[in-house]
Design a protein around this ligand. Structure first.
Ligand code: ADP
Ligand code: MG
Ligand code: MG
Length: 950
């Protein structure tokens, strides 16, 4: 321990470790679990872990070792030498170690690792003696110079690879493993020269010096660009740094009785309860992940006959026996890991001449499908209880299950047309259709272009293999296709984490990045050509395949059913059409929390009348006011004077009539259209509440800005095109989002809201007569003061009564408001006087509380998040400490006035799990979100209820 008493180094050896799995924050995930596995008695090579705090202190001190670390390291090295009975740099029996990064949250492949540390001209002799294999010893030395040079000193990999390739050619062999000890010795000499040429110093021979620099490099890798980008994309924040694990080397490359591999205790793609993984004979750790050689299926181990290794030191029969035994041990470890961790694990193992070692375990990343299947299975296998199963699945992740799949018929057709090009590994399930991009940069650029188009499609990133630098492109793509690499290659692991469709190791794919072309099974495609990927089957298909909506069946259905046992808050949906309403119902929505009427205005046949109405509304209002004034003036006088004024009144009346003809003409067209829309939605939502928001956006958003369209509109209205243009201009506002919109429109142009309320009520009456149960909830947007709501509500109420007075049925309706302006939240007690319900419009509320224009935040909010000025984009995750206060206050004040006031949320946040949990905590009755997020919100609401009770 250092002087201040901070323990910086935690030791582990078989059966005994200073750390535990709960210490991930301090020891990193890898270190904590190496300790845990040691404690459980699994065969872990001994070592020690430098804490993440040490990494933080290293940075605080300006990349210097904190005081006391050196002494603590020396003590631990001594302990490790004693435990293993070997010494660093020893010429007879040297201790070699790996130096491995490992943060609290796993970041696969993002940070650096150095293997075989301790190699020098003396220890190479010792390793040769110890292993009885000179060739092997020199190969380790070679690898170490390369990794150390690359990781600690930034010497490009390529420089080393060039030498290796050249020497292989010179020797006339295909594989590195066929190079002789003598040849490797020559390569080591050349590597040292490369190191010297690139760094200007001799290769450091002293193991402790090597160790110190490797540790610095691992600390340094915490801030390398791909690690930073990875944390950004995965919203990993608030970590202290990376831990460093120094661990005794074991060798998977000590001949053909040695191997290395990775495994999952269950299938991470489907969740199936079967050992899953890959191994490589005579290889060292990173060979599997790097996708250099294509690995073999772990379950084929018992059949290993080394047939692909002519001249192997054991017979096919002996190989089968040895690998069969290893396989049985791995199966046994699978059970032990699951029993201990009660969750699916992702582990690394290495066999050294028939002895199996465990090098890592962590909770395995999995697809959404697997996450759900595993949670349900683990409960059914009695590893966990139902509550834990419901808590196990990340609500955000299940959205993947709600995405599209291929239409079977269309796919069958494509196959019969010979469009099935090739089959690779089904690395990450799902269906993707998109344009080919051959580099990560192109993928990002093309995705941005597609996002701007109304009919834009996705991008499929096609690569030889992916590497950490490709992260941005993978994130921008809808699917990933690689030519090389296995189920645990970088592409596969990252794609599964991202929930993206991926086909890996498809050898029929030959990308040519320079020519921006790719040949797939002999057929040539250019960047931008469309292909489809079936990640569940590993198929690559030419052209686009139709996609369709998914269903909630199997384990997913079961989990959602379990969630219902806990959920005590409603989940409604935002839906504007009967189709969306049906989708919402299918996903379990219990009402519509937001039906935006303006979306109905955009339909082809309607928009012209919407525009006609909007362009005449200001005239109607102006002339109506003139008329009122003239009538008033005429009423003040008598006699001849009055006659004159009366003439003026008549004149104005006539002008008003002309405008009204056009205006009412439009409203009369829109009324039946809206009525029909509402009827459709009411029928679908039979028996459930439907909240309909009256017109909200500023008028000019609907207006035509193209001359040609203006001319056509003028024709329809019987006015010249330039008049149309002039009126469009008049309606323009400087700050439309803070301008004439919402209930302000309803108050100034009352006929618009009147028409909408009438349409709602007439629709309700009509469907009640069909035997449908309707509960319309009329919602008035953008209220800032109680008075606005009082007046708007009064007018609406009159229309409702008017419609009902001539209908011989009753309709159970309510009138409420959105709380989306800070002032409304602050005065919610007054507003509640006139509201039957509240619905928090957190999009506008966030915009107005932050003073961030929703439409312009793209310029700075992403960078705010990157720089951690904001923890999240507040338009995605509700800002609980700021906007949340207004929400809480609105709920409390509203219920002071009306204790039973029904309250929900209809902003984007209604489907965001953390925000859903917040809504639960303030006592909302329901959340409302887009149909596809309904299951997400249902699960989040169930978890909120469980957490509230805990
Ligand atoms: P990553 O986080 O990128 O997986 P690791 O620290 O796990 O990095 O190491 C990279 C590879 O090196 C892994 O395959 C691992 O199993 C292997 N490796 C690490 N330490 C040792 C060791 N002591 N002996 C043998 N192989 C090791
Ligand atoms: Mg690893
Ligand atoms: Mg709003």
């Amino acid at each position: 321990m250092s002087a201040e008493g901070t323990k910086r180094v935690y030791f582990f050896k078989p059966g005994q470790a200073d750390g535990r799995t709960e210490m991930k924050e301090l020891l990193g995930g890898k270190g904590a679990n190496l300790a845990e596995m040691s404690n459980v008695g699994l065969p872990v090579p001994a070592g020690f872990t430098l804490t993440t705090q040490t990494c933080a202190d290293f940075y605080t001190a300006g990349r210097q070792w904190p005081e006391g670390l050196e002494e603590e390291m020396d003590a631990n090295i001594a302990m490790l030498e004693e435990t293993t009975g070997r010494k660093l740099g020893d010429k007879d029996d040297p201790l070699l170690v790996s130096v491995r990064s490992g943060a609290a949250v796993s970041m696969p492949g993002m940070m650096d690792t150095v293997l075989n540390l301790g190699m020098n001209d003396e220890s190479v002799q010792g390793l040769a003696a110890q292993s009885g294999d000179e060739r092997f010893a020199w190969d380790c030395y070679r690898r170490f110079i390369l990794m150390f040079g690359n990781v600690a000193m930034g010497v490009p990999h390529r420089l080393f690879d060039e030498i290796l390739t050249r020497e292989r050619e010179k020797a006339g062999v295909e594989f590195d493993s066929q190079l002789s000890a003598e040849q490797l010795k020559g390569i080591v000499a050349e590597y040292k020269q490369i190191y010297k040429d690139s760094t200007g110093e001799e290769f450091p021979a002293e193991p402790k010096a090597q160790l110190r620099r490797a540790i610095d490099a691992v600390f340094g890798s915490w801030h390398n660009p791909q690690a930073i980008r990875y944390r950004e994309i995965n919203e990993i924040r608030g970590l202290r740094g990376t831990a460093v694990n120094v661990q005794t080397m074991v060798f998977g490359n000590m001949g053909h009785t040695s191997f290395t591999g990775v495994g999952f205790t269950r299938d991470p793609a489907t969740g199936e309860n079967t050992l899953y993984g890959e191994y490589l004979v005579n290889a060292q750790g990173e060979d599997v992940v790097a996708g250099i050689r294509t690995p073999k299926n772990i379950n084929d181990m018992p059949n290993e006959d080394l047939a692909d290794f002519p001249g192997a030191e054991i017979s096919a029969e002996e190989a089968g026996e040895l690998y069969g035994r290893m396989h049985a041990q791995i199966i046994d470890i699978k059970h032990k890991l699951e029993e201990h961790y009660t969750d699916m694990q992702d582990f690394e193992f290495t066999g050294q001449q028939g002895t199996l070692y465990m090098l890592q375990t962590r909770t395995g990343k999995r697809t959404a499908q697997a996450a759900v299947a595993i949670a349900v299975d683990l409960k059914n296998e009695d590893f966990i209880d139902k509550t834990t199963a419901v808590m196990r699945v990340d609500p955000n992740q299940i959205e993947q299950l709600l995405h599209k799949q291929f239409n079977e018929d269309d796919k069958a057709r494509a196959e019969s047309e010979g469009r099935l090009l090739a089959t690779g590994l089904p690395a990450s399930p799902g269906a993707a259709v998109g344009k080919i991009a051959l580099s990560a940069a192109d993928a990002e650029a093309m995705a941005a272009v597609e996002a701007e188009k109304s009919d834009g499609i996705g991008i499929i990133l096609v690569r030889e293999e992916t590497s950490p630098e490709d992260i941005g492109g993978m994130d921008a793509a809808v699917g990933i296709l690689t030519a090389r690499g296995g189920m645990t290659s970088h592409a596969a692991v990252v794609a599964r984490g991202m929930g993206k469709c991926c086909v890996a190791g498809c050898s029929a794919v030959r990308p040519d990045v320079k020519a921006k072309k790719v040949t797939i099974a002999g057929q040539e495609f250019a960047e931008g050509d469309v292909i489809s990927l079936d990640g569940s089957l590993g198929q690559v298909i030419a052209g686009a395949i139709a996609q369709e909506d998914p269903e909630m069946t199997g384990a997913f259905g079961i989990l959602m059913e379990w969630a219902e046992d806990y959920r005590d808050m409603g989940v409604w949906a935002n839906a504007d059409t009967p189709h969306d309403a049906q989708a919402a119902l299918d996903f379990g929505a219990e009402g519509i929390g937001l039906c935006r009427t303006e979306h109905m205005f955009f339909e082809e046949e309607r928009i012209a009348f919407v525009r006609q109405m909007m362009l005449t509304a200001p005239d109607v209002r102006r002339v109506q006011r003139e008329l009122d004034a003239a009538e008033f003036a005429a009423g003040q006088v008598a006699g001849a004077e009055r006659g004159e004024l009366q003439e003026k009144v008549d004149e104005i009346s006539k002008e008003l009539a002309t405008h009204r003809t056009i205006y009412d003409g439009a409203l009369d067209k829109l009324l039946p259209a809206q009525r029909e829309d509402f009827e459709g939605i009411f029928r679908v939502m039979d028996g459930l509440p439907v909240v309909i928001r009256l017109l909200d956006p500023p008028l000019h958003e609907f207006l035509p800005h193209v001359a040609e369209v203006q001319a056509r509109l003028g024709e329809q209205m019987g006015i010249p095109a330039q008049d149309v243009a002039a009126r469009v201009n008049e309606l323009r506002e400087l700050n439309p989002m803070l301008g004439h919109r919402g209930c302000r429109l309803g108050l100034i142009y009352p006929d618009v809201y009147a028409m909408q309320v009438r349409a709602i009520m007439e629709a309700a009456v009509n469907v009640v007569k069909e035997g449908v149960q309707v509960h319309p909830e009329i919602m008035i947007p953008l209220v800032a003061t109680a008075e606005e709501l009082r007046v708007t509500r009064d007018s609406a109420e009159k229309i409702c009564q008017d419609v009902l007075s001539t209908a011989d049925v009753t309709v159970d309706y309510t009138i409420g408001t959105m709380i989306e302006i800070p002032r409304a939240a602050l005065t919610a007690d007054q507003v509640a006087e006139y509201a039957d319900f509240f619905s928090f419009g957190t999009n506008d509320l966030t915009q107005m509380t932050f003073g961030f224009s929703r439409d312009d935040v793209g310029v700075f909010v992403p960078e705010y998040v990157e720089k951690e000025i904001l923890e999240h984009d507040p338009f995605q995750v509700l800002d609980q400490s700021g906007v949340g206060q207004l929400v809480r206050m609105g709920v409390e004040k509203g219920r002071q006035t009306k204790p039973g006031l029904k309250i929900g949320i209809c902003g984007e946040h209604g489907g965001e799990p953390r925000s859903v949990k917040f809504c639960h905590s303030v006592g909302m009755n329901y959340v409302s979100c887009s149909p596809f997020r309904v299951p997400v919100a249902r699960l989040a609401a169930a978890q909120a209820a469980i957490e509230a009770k805990a």
